[in-house]
Design a protein around this ligand. Structure first.
Ligand code: IPT
Length: 965
């Protein structure tokens, strides 16, 4: 006999919910029930307390919990991380008996004078995953749809004075099958609970349709609400009855760049609701995405709602500072992956200016693992649930100008239920576009959306020459659609690489409307080692049996929302002011905003010689409208050629905010560009073509200028300082991107033993003024090898080391790097360099690194990726000094430059570490001087390194100069 379904396994949306509606700042009575509730967690339904909803139930033995909260973040149970795979056996709509039950109780007093007429509703903004509610022992209803609001009528159950609310939340329910998003599973009542009076004749649901006519500059307004309800916009002298269209001859439109909102009120006889109105019109023309008649380029991120300490509860101030941080990094769009955000987030997007794809709380990705068999998306059993979810999102969010597209959900296959959602939404709201990535035929969407498509394919789509669909009708429809990459450039660990290549396409082809980086935030959870050292946890760290490891750590910001190098790179790549050096030396400035002219910006120039600021000032520029360019002649002249050292003259031009905005202070940098006025290549630090010292062999030691070698070619000391002997290095601690794909580059490195090179001396000898050491370098596993030559020469107190690498045998794997490593005393803590900085840079993620003179410490050079991996390389370094407090140390000089990395641990330790706390000081510094690095790519989910950034084993030769100080 099959067991009957438990109530929380019912695939329907539930019962007792009032029709979904828009809300705003009402003057009706309202109580926020957030605060401390009583809480009891049971491991399964049969262990949960009977009758806990009874107002007289004794909860003295229970604990306290905050509401809103995700209970695993408060010591009850533990978070679970899975991406695609369901954390429960797939048996829809059933869930396992092991299913945590979180019982919540709140005793509260209804405020004195609470109105006796009208109705009172109890509103939950979000509860994960099944919610059942009682008030004073009276059951109000059941709801599923975790990231969606629900209201129950509590009028009859409430009484004056003391009231008792009870809510039972199950961790797993039928809804689990529809909520398989790539994130921590975190049950709880995680958004606010409010009690709201609804006076007789209250405003009810309202839909303010506010469009903008970009030709005439007028605004159109139509309020859809109950009869007798009015919309009032004092500033525009609008007072219009619901159902009556109004044209306002002149309005300022809303856009993400100029988020002009008008304060408005929605009024009925008994209620006034304060809202904001933004006038804007979304359209598609000639396969371009337009807002207010102008093409829009989305420079976006996917944003999950997560906080490292509170889980799915994101405080208002955190959300605000997130948006501020996005704006400061030139981000103009958010896809609310993969569910509607906290409603306040959309208010913030309206206020600060952000294009939003509002995504429904829907993902059935786990069914892909069974070839989409039994996928709820195409099963009538689930139609109501799908429609209910769409309705609850659209009705809640329809008054936000920031929302320009409704997304049906994420990774849910295809099917009639998705089509039904789209049809309903189109019918309800024809002012926005429908987005869904999972159906590449775009049968029920308005835009063509894809994830992780490579640049070659994206370029074809941009040119509108992509491979056709089988159905010519659908193909023609899709070819007329704008294209968005709803996910691209997987920001996991060190990366993504290759952003500039995508941006070039977005800037070139009007059909390409931009994209959304996956993703904004690392969802790490702070924990401590047994001895009290803090680090961030990821999948598997809470004892989960099924989990997806650190795939949850894939954001542009670290868990504490500090920017990662990836965010800094993105800011540079998407900057809305473009500077380009012209062949005649002038600088072309192009305004790449879609709506804004440049009057809010100030332009500046400065000149630095070898990184030292020498001159600078404001730049005069005419105001540029969107798309316009102007050529600037910088007040800088090529320098007189002086003697050595060959100074490098670099100028920088910058566009900064002229005045403070809601999201950044005056002077905040928006865009920059650098160029040189000289063509000096600082090849050598010493002015002589020929070495100055001979090789002297005595008593089995080899002396060359300041250096002393053992007879086997090992460097023993330079001057009176012992430094380690350089040895060739071809491997790096794999990045998450190196570990992507199957088999991954990292697997292949391991298989051939690239992480375990053996160095065999072939011969060492003096040739004239050079000391030459030949070695054979072999990866532990393969038959391939490198014939390797170290040629040492002395120039005064400088040593010049030239390394030649000749691959022999069959090299079947790309290399991680080509360079050498060297051991240095641990006390040499200070690092100073002239080259690119201040942050790390790799060949395909280097746009944000500018030429300058920088100082740092060994510790500050490390990028604290949550799962340790290759990091911290400083690119195109002309020279560097690594010194101790007494000023002694090592000086390096490139020919012309190298990539510099210094750590307190060897590469092996970095590769083996699972968490930052696994990295221990080895007692010496590990210096890496690299001639070239493999690019980063985005293979952890998406395309690998582009061919031009791949690093293959080819003959190479490079030189570096060193001396001790
Ligand atoms: C894609 C998902 O949509 C997203 O939620 C996230 O999991 C991302 O991958 C990887 O981090 S789906 C993937 C199979 C392309």
């Amino acid at each position: 006999m099959t067991r009957p379904l438990a109530y929380f396994e019912d695939p329907s949306p539930g019962f007792g919910a009032l029709p979904p509606r828009a809300i705003g700042r009402t003057d009706a009575a309202q109580v926020d029930l957030s605060g401390t509730w009583r809480f009891h967690l049971a491991g399964s339904e049969d262990k949960a307390p009977e009758g806990f909803w009874d107002p007289d139930f004794d909860d003295a033995g229970w604990s306290d919990i905050p509401v809103p909260s995700s209970w695993p973040m408060h010591g009850h149970g533990a978070p679970i991380y899975t991406n695609v795979v369901y954390p429960i056996p797939v048996d829809p709509p059933r869930v396992p008996a092991e299913n945590q039950v979180g019982d919540h109780r709140l005793v509260f007093d209804l405020p004195e004078g609470w109105p006796q007429t009208g109705r009172t509703v109890l509103r939950f903004e979000g509860a994960d995953s099944s919610l059942r509610v009682w008030c004073n022992g009276v059951e109000l209803g059941i709801s599923r749809g975790s990231r969606l609001p629900v209201e129950f009528d509590a009028t009859v159950a409430l009484r004056p004075g003391r009231n008792v609310l009870a809510a039972r939340v199950h961790q797993w329910s039928s809804a689990t099958y529809l909520e398989d998003q790539d994130m921590w599973w975190l049950p709880g009542i995680f958004r606010e609970v409010t009690l709201r009076h609804r006076p007789d004749g209250a405003v009810g649901d309202f839909f303010v349709r506010a469009g903008y006519d970009h030709v005439g500059g007028s605004g159109s307004l139509l309020l859809e609400a109950a009869e007798g309800v009015r919309v009032v916009i004092p500033e525009l002298e609008v007072d219009a009855e619901s159902g009556t269209p109004v044209t306002i001859p002149f309005v300022e439109p809303w856009s993400a760049e100029l988020p002009r909102r008008y304060a408005a009120e929605i009024r009925s006889a008994t209620e006034t609701v304060a809202v904001h109105v933004g006038f804007r019109t979304v359209s598609i023309e000639d396969a371009r995405l337009l807002v207010n008649g102008s093409p829009v380029l989305l420079r976006g991120v996917n944003r999950h709602e997560f906080h490292p300490r509170t889980g799915r509860v994101v405080p208002y101030q955190t959300a605000r500072s997130e948006l501020t941080l996005m704006k400061r990094h030139n981000i103009n769009a958010v896809r609310t992956s993969h569910y509607p955000p906290h409603p306040a987030f959309l208010d913030l997007c309206d206020e600060l200016g952000m294009w939003v794809i509002d995504e429904c709380d829907l993902e059935t990705h786990g069914f892909e693992l069974q070839d989409w068999r039994d996928n709820p998306s195409d099963d009538p059993l689930w139609t109501d649930a799908y429609l209910d979810r769409m309705r609850r999102m659209v009705e809640r969010d329809k008054n936000h100008p920031s929302v320009i597209m409704w997304s049906l959900g994420n990774e849910s296959g295809t099917g009639a239920n998705l089509a039904a959602m789209a049809a309903w939404a189109k019918h309800r709201d024809d002012t926005r576009l429908i987005h869904y990535e999972g159906d590449w035929t775009c049968a029920y969407t308005d835009v063509y959306s894809r994830m992780y498509a490579g640049v070659t394919e994206v370029e074809q789509i941009g040119k509108r020459i992509e491979a056709p669909l089988d159905d010519p009708g659908l193909d023609a429809r899709r070819r007329a659609m704008p294209f968005v990459l709803c996910e691209y450039a997987h920001a996991m660990g060190n990366g993504p690489g290759g952003l500039s290549e995508y941006q070039r396409l977005f800037d070139t082809y009007p059909r390409l409307s931009g994209g959304f980086i996956w993703e904004w935030l690392d969802h790490g959870i702070p924990v401590s080692t047994p001895d009290g050292r803090a680090h961030y946890a990821y999948g598997g760290d809470f004892g989960e049996t099924v989990h997806d490891g650190n795939f949850i750590i894939d954001g542009l910001v670290f868990p504490d929302r500090t920017p990662s190098p990836g965010l800094v790179e993105f800011k540079k790549v998407v900057e809305p002011i473009r500077f380009e050096t012209q062949p005649d030396g002038s600088v072309r400035v192009t305004n790449r905003h879609d709506f804004r002219d440049t009057s809010h910006l100030a332009f500046r120039w400065e000149l630095a010689i070898d990184g030292q600021h020498t001159d600078g000032g404001p730049l005069d520029l005419p105001v540029l409208r969107p798309g316009e360019s102007a050529d600037l002649t910088l007040p800088i002249f090529p320098p007189e050629r002086a003697g050595l050292p060959p100074f490098e003259h670099w100028w920088t031009v910058r566009a900064v905010l002229a005045a403070e905005t809601a999201w950044a202070p005056a002077g905040h940098e928006i865009a920059w560009h650098q160029g040189r006025t000289d063509d000096v290549i600082a090849e050598r630090p010493f002015d002589a073509d020929e070495p100055t010292a001979p090789v002297v062999v005595e008593d089995g030691r080899v002396l060359l200028g300041p250096a002393e070698f053992a007879s086997d070619g090992t460097l023993l000391r330079v001057g009176d300082i012992e430094i380690g002997c350089p040895s060739l290095e071809l491997w790096r601690a794999p990045t998450d991107n190196d570990r992507g794909k199957n088999p991954s580059v990292a697997d292949r490195w391991e298989r051939v033993g690239l992480d375990d090179l053996s160095h065999r001396l072939i011969r060492a000898g003096a040739y004239d003024h050079s000391y030459v050491v030949h070695t054979e370098v072999k990866p532990a596993g393969g038959t391939a090898s490198m014939a390797n030559t170290y040629r040492w020469q002395a120039f005064g107190n400088w040593l010049r080391l030239e390394i030649t690498m000749l691959p022999e045998g069959e090299w079947t794997v790309p290399l991680g790097r080509v360079g050498f490593k060297l051991g240095l005393p641990a006390a040499w803590d200070n690092v100073e360099w002239f080259g690119r900085g201040p942050g790390e840079a790799y060949p395909d993620s280097i746009a944000a690194a500018r030429i300058g003179h920088y100082t740092s410490t060994v510790d500050r050079l490390q990028t604290p990726y949550v799962r340790p991996q290759e990091n911290g390389a400083r690119a195109e370094v002309r020279w560097a000094r690594i010194t101790g407090h007494n000023g002694r140390g090592l000086q390096l000089h490139g020919e012309p430059h190298f990539s510099l990395t210094v750590r307190r641990w060897p590469t092996k330790a970095l590769a083996e570490a699972k968490h930052t706390t696994d990295l221990a000081d080895s007692g010496e510094l590990h210096l890496h001087i690299d001639h070239v690095h493999r690019g980063l790519g985005s293979a952890s989910c998406g395309p690998d390194v582009l061919p031009r950034y791949e690093l293959n084993a080819v003959p190479l030769s490079f030189a570096v100069w060193l001396r001790t100080m």
